[in-house]
Design a binder for this molecule. Structure first.
Ligand SMILES: [Zn+2]
Ligand SMILES: [Zn+2]
Length: 703
């Protein structure tokens, strides 16, 4: 391997110094060096993978500016744990500690400011806003994971130790580990065992792989009521259209007794078959083969069983870093994937060892948290519902259950998640915990609702090939949540603590718009294309005091479903609530932002932070807007702050517009509606406590 002089001279002591190990004077020289030096190329890849493109462009522009080039140095800092250099003193040694090299882009302190010697205001104001923002953000740190092999002299220097990776992601050594992880999970984690109180519901069809090795074909079999075998489910990205394969499947499925040739399958599916057989299972569920192609009824029927299909699978295989069904996931690893970039390096005692650097996208958080499967909406519930997930990735194989995460290269297992731990509780509170599981407040039902809000946030950021699947692709999780919460489901929200569910907002720095075609009521997040978020910080307070209190009463709801699944797509959903409605002059509104504390402090008049979801819907200054108070937060975001009211911004709708569906029909709901009807057009917050006090309670229908 070829390294530049800067990289060659990296030692643990030099990278541990306060200023780090100086690599390059500026970005451009890193780019030049990366043409020959493999480590510089790796650093550049990491920086590019983790810094927004516009920021990188701005950095390059600034340091190549002919008039006033700015110096943005690049340095490397050895970090044990996950903190930045200034917090080094807080680090503690634990076996599971990760070590990495943090590549800093930019000067480390305000004092070694960029070489900006002329401070005159003309020049300052001529800087673009992007430049100003960028300078504020410097230095930008990007983590490059580093490790050593067992027995390396550097292993005594607290560098993370990893076992060498295997030659392929389905190596016999990998299979041995997977069997061991599975059996450890099943014998020591009660949470991961299949329920024996509920009857097991199977998918209608499975792929029978018992003859694969002798015939090269798999049979699509129907599961009879007496079927009781374990099966594996596949979670993957379908990717681009693959007509030829779907036509082939359709032709196979027409047979009474369908057989599928393995050679015809896209690579990801072939790899799933090979992995299932290698792990000694006989049955596999893959959506495109086990649901009838082009049969909408079968799709609705099987779709409504997703919770059971993944929840009852003995194991879910996740092709977590494959973009497309033709990518495959079982690979022969390249030397770089197996060993990383190996740099001879000195430790504090002057011993020479070998430091391994991982390529971008290698750690679990990057592959599974940000990879292709993590961006696909359907895959959220597939991962959440599954009891055991095996992520077979190019870089590494990972095993995940609700209690542990195991790595192919682990030297010793990480600590298991402690069921009493706050974090664990938050993430698995959708699992039934029993009434006394959490002696401390807030109560489990608050955790459950907040967990659901967290799921919605994650889900809303993912891609859907067909936006009309917005409710379908989360129906399995909703079904499971219903079992635990026992609450009624209303197009993505729960009747229990409905005021929390209604308080979603579009994040200020992101774009989301109302879906042009009806698929959910305006008060449901499912009516939006794009990310939504909830203020969930209250979930970490130690009691229910201070949590959102409801300001509405739900009097009635009507749900008209698209199919038969109560958690699936809807035709029309309305709620009737009583609450306080205020007509507020537009002049009381702050600009199109959710209210922030300093903004309120600066104005004597009641002022409201607000955001309209329907972007095209502007407001005139002499308009009044209708606001429904939905919740009160007894104290504000800081201890000395006044209570906050959360409210929906509404618009009156004539009765005949109740459901904006193209076919115009609303058969299930043709009663006369005695109450004024409104739709949600935005969300707002106001600090003033008595803002709604003069408004008598009213009953309205929200569509
Ligand atoms: Zn280099
Ligand atoms: Zn487990």
């Amino acid at each position: 391997m070829v390294f530049c002089t800067s990289c060659k001279s990296i030692t643990l002591p030099s990278a541990s110094e306060r200023g780090g190990h100086h690599l390059h004077d500026e970005w451009i020289s890193l780019e030049h060096s990366a043409e020959a030096c493999e480590l510089c190329r790796l650093f550049l890849d990491h920086l590019r993978a983790n810094i927004e493109v516009s920021i990188v462009e701005e950095i390059v522009r600034l340091c190549t500016d002919h008039q006033r080039p700015l110096k943005i140095p690049i340095s490397a800092h050895y970090i044990l744990g996950s903190f930045l250099p200034e917090r080094r003193q807080e680090l503690q040694e634990t076996p599971s500690q990760k070590s990495h090299l943090s590549i800093a882009c930019g000067p480390l302190t305000r004092n070694d400011e960029v070489n900006d010697d002329d401070d005159d205001d003309d020049n300052e104001s001529s800087r673009s806003k992007l430049t100003a923002d960028l300078l504020q953000r410097l230095p930008i740190y990007v983590a490059v994971p580093v490790y050593v092999y067992p027995g390396d002299p550097l292993s005594t220097s607290r560098v993370q130790i990893r076992e060498p990776l295997n030659a392929t992601s389905l190596d016999s050594e990998v299979l041995r580990k997977v069997r061991q992880w599975r059996s450890h999970c099943l014998t020591t984690h009660p949470e991961c065992r299949p329920s024996n109180t509920r009857p097991r519901i199977y998918p209608s069809r499975l792929l029978d792989l018992r003859n694969v090795e002798s015939t090269g074909t798999a049979q699509i079999v129907r599961t009879s009521p007496s079927f009781h075998h374990d099966y594996v489910a596949l979670s993957y990205c379908w990717g681009a259209k693959y007509r030829r394969w779907l036509d082939y499947v359709k032709a196979c499925q027409r047979d009474q007794d369908p057989w599928v040739e393995i050679d015809q399958m896209p690579q990801t599916l072939r790899d799933a078959v090979a992995s299932t057989v290698a792990l000694d299972f006989h049955y596999l569920w893959i959506d495109c083969l086990c649901i009838l192609q082009g049969n909408k009824n079968d799709w609705l029927e099987e779709g409504s069983k997703m919770c059971e299909i993944y929840g009852n699978a003995a194991l879910t295989l996740s092709a977590s870093d494959s973009q497309d069904c033709r990518d495959g996931f079982v690979v022969v690893r390249t030397p770089l994937q197996r060993e990383g970039i190996i740099l001879p390096c000195l430790d504090e005692a002057g011993m020479m060892g070998s430091l391994h650097f991982c390529a971008p996208g290698t750690p679990f958080d990057e592959i599974v948290g940000r990879g292709p499967v993590a961006r696909r909406a359907w895959c959220l519930q597939e991962r959440q519902i599954s009891r055991q997930v095996l992520h077979i990735c190019r870089g590494e194989v990972f095993f995940e259950c609700v209690r542990c995460l195991r790595h192919e290269s682990e030297r010793r297992p990480d600590d298991e998640f402690d069921p009493n731990d706050e974090w664990w509780r938050f993430h698995v509170s959708l699992e039934s915990q029993g009434p006394n599981a959490f002696p401390r407040k807030p109560s489990p039902d608050v955790y459950n609702v907040l967990s659901w809000c967290g799921i919605v946030e994650d889900y809303s950021r993912r891609d859907l090939a067909f936006v009309e699947d917005k409710l379908a692709a989360i129906a399995g999780l909703a079904r499971r949540a219903h079992r635990i919460m026992g609450s009624d489901y209303l197009a993505g929200l729960w009747t229990h603590r409905l005021h929390i569910g209604l308080a979603w907002q579009v994040p200020m720095d992101m774009r989301a718009t109302r879906a042009p075609v009806y698929r959910a009521p305006s008060w449901s997040w499912a009516s939006m294309d794009g990310p939504v978020s909830y203020d969930r910080s209250d979930g970490f307070v130690q009691s229910d005091d201070g949590f959102l209190e409801s300001a509405i009463h739900l009097l009635d709801s009507s749900v008209s479903l698209m199919g038969s699944d109560p958690f699936g797509p809807v035709e029309c959903v309305n709620i009737t609530v009583s609450g306080r409605l205020a007509q507020i002059p537009s002049s009381d509104l702050l600009h199109n932002d959710i209210l922030e504390y300093p903004a309120w402090m600066s104005g004597a008049a009641p002022q409201i932070g607000w955001h309209l979801e329907d972007e095209k819907r502007g407001l005139d200054t002499d308009d009044t807007i209708t606001c429904l108070k939905v919740a009160v937060k007894p104290f504000g975001p800081g201890p000395s702050l006044p209570p906050t009211n959360s409210m929906l911004i509404l618009e009156r709708v004539e009765d005949h517009d109740r459901c904006h569906r193209s076919d115009g029909g609303d058969d299930s709901d043709d009663r006369a509606h005695p109450f004024p009807t409104y739709k949600r057009i935005g969300f707002g917050q106001v600090f003033v406590t008595d803002y709604f006090d003069d408004c008598p309670p009213m009953t309205i229908t929200l569509i």
